[in-house]
Design a protein around this ligand. Sequence first.
Ligand code: RB5
Length: 147
Amino acid sequence: MIFIAADHAGYPLKEELKPFLEEMGLEVVDLGNEELDPSDDYPDFAYRLAQNILDSEDSKGILICGTGQGVCIAANKVNGIRAALVHDEFTALSAAEHLDANVICFGGRVTDLETAKKLVKIWLEAEFSGDERHERRIEKIENIERS
Ligand code: RB5
C-alpha cells in the first residue's frame, strides 16, 4: 500500500501522480488534502501519513509540499519514519539503497510531474542494499529515536 498526502503547494502534483501510481498497480490511499485549500498546513498531512505508515505493515508514503522540506522535517519527527527529500535519480536511488526510506518527499514547486514519476519508480523498484555500513547508520538513527 502506498499513502500520498500534500498541502496546497503540493496538491496539484499529488493529483497528477495518483493515476500514475494506480497504473503501476499500486493500492493508493490519498490522505488529503481533498481539495486545494491555501490555508492548510503541511505538518498536518505529514503527521497523518506517518501515523498511517506505522499502522500498516510494509506500507510506504509520498509527501508533497512546496519545497518538500517542510513535510520531510515534520514526518521525520515520528519514530519509525525515514523520510527522504528526493529531487534527482541519485537521491531517489540512495533513498532506497542507503537510507531504506519508507517515505519520499517532493517539492511541488521544485519537481515537475515527469521527473516525479521517474523518481517514484526508481525508489519503489530499488531495494535497501543491506550493506553493513548502511545498517549501522540506520541503527544509530534508531538509537537517537530511543534516547
Ligand atoms: C506553503 O506555502 C509552503 O511553505 C509549504 O508548502 C512548504 O514549501 C514548506 O516547506
